[in-house]
Write a protein that binds this ligand. Structure first.
Ligand SMILES: Nc1ncnc2c1ncn2[C@@H]1O[C@H](COP(=O)(O)OP(=O)(O)O)[C@@H](O)[C@H]1O
Ligand SMILES: O=P(O)(O)OC[C@H]1O[C@](O)(COP(=O)(O)O)[C@@H](O)[C@@H]1O
Length: 303
């Protein structure tokens, strides 16, 4: 079974207007509310691909109720720990540019934290845990690292999609895959990445630091997969971008679900790329039909 962990879910409030005028009253053209948070998006794609999974994390307050109801409507298998505080609202602004405003997240009490941690005692060696997204500011920065010790104690596998120190700390524990985007990779080393050779160089550094596979997403420029012995690269298929929120999560879901089933890194990368672009070309998270349409257009080359 695959478990996704979203410590900091959200309502993604997507608002659309032709142009944002700061300091003035702006009227929205359209607005939507989606259940958000990286692990939730991963679970939605895993479900589309037919991989059994359960979504874990913290949900609470009126916003948490909305997210829970939406997950039920989507028939997502979820087992979130109930918290007293409100789940956050993230604003995704689509005007002449895409701007994201992600909140810090709710207060999580010690009892709520312990209830959540107890779930990890029931994992077994056939399970995979996907840790995705930010850690709410009320939890320690070491939280992912601490949870990984629990996963390792049960001999289960795990993947990590987070940034900065939280990501760095998990690398020596040998996650099966990490998925920084090219900007997060650059920030991690305090550098600017000007070309694919430099991206490969820093991807290999993450391998040296302990990751088993490093999948670097590059939005409209496709992606790169760095393993111990190989590096693969693919451009993105052509299409009309509708909403790239969740593209990275979709990519991680495609890779991890396929890798768990096949242990084939290239096939997993192919699914990752198709899922990422399929979501970018959809208003919401991609459907299986959109993913299947893009799969034949993915061309992976050794780099
Ligand atoms: N504009 C786009 N056109 C085509 N594919 C895209 C686009 N944006 C994202 N993708 C696909 O989705 C993957 C993940 O997107 P990206 O934006 O890099 O991730 P993140 O959301 O984590 O920053 C990309 O590597 C690419 O394969
Ligand atoms: O936990 P973070 O890093 O604040 O990110 C949360 C946001 O990421 C998303 O999961 C989208 O992630 P990606 O666009 O990176 O795939 C949104 O649904 C959510 O608002």
């Amino acid at each position: 079974m695959i478990y996704t962990v979203t410590l900091n879910p959200s309502i993604d409030y997507v608002i659309q207007l032709p142009k944002l005028n700061l300091g003035e009253v702006n009227r929205l053209e359209k607005s939507y509310k989606f259940p958000g948070g990286k692990g939730i998006n991963v679970s939605r794609i895993l479900r589309e691909l037919g991989y059994a999974n359960q979504a874990w994390g913290f949900l609470g307050g009126f916003t948490g109720k909305f997210v829970n109801a939406q997950l039920q409507q989507l028939h997502l298998n979820a087992n979130f720990t109930k918290i007293a505080d409100d789940t956050r609202i993230n604003v995704k602004l689509k005007a002449d540019q895409e701007t994201e405003l992600n909140a810090a997240g709710p207060e999580i009490t010690e009892t709520e934290k312990q209830t959540f941690i107890a779930q990890f005692d029931n994992l077994n060696k056939n399970d995979v845990v996907i840790f995705s997204g930010s850690v709410p500011s009320s939890l320690p920065e070491t939280f992912y690292f601490d949870l990984i010790q629990k996963v390792k104690a049960q001999h289960a596998e795990y993947a990590v999609d987070t940034a900065g120190e939280a990501l760095k700390r998990t690398l020596p524990t040998h996650p099966v895959v990490v998925k920084p985007n090219n900007h997060e990779l650059a920030d991690l080393f305090g550098v600017k990445l000007a070309n694919l050779d430099e991206i490969k160089h820093y991807g290999l550094k993450l391998i040296e630091m302990g990751a088993q596979n490093v999948m670097i997403s590059m939005a409209g420029d496709g992606g790169m997969l760095v393993t111990k012995d190989h590096c693969y690269r693919s451009a993105a298929p052509k299409g009309t971008v509708q909403n790239s929120v969740g593209a990275g999560d979709s990519m991680l879901a495609g890779f991890t679900g396929t890798f768990d089933a096949t242990h084939d890194p290239v096939e997993s990368f192919r699914y990752g790329l198709a899922c990422g672009s399929a979501t970018a070309f959809s208003a919401d998270i991609a459907t299986r039909a959109k993913i299947d349409e893009l799969l034949p257009q993915i061309n992976i080359e050794e780099f």
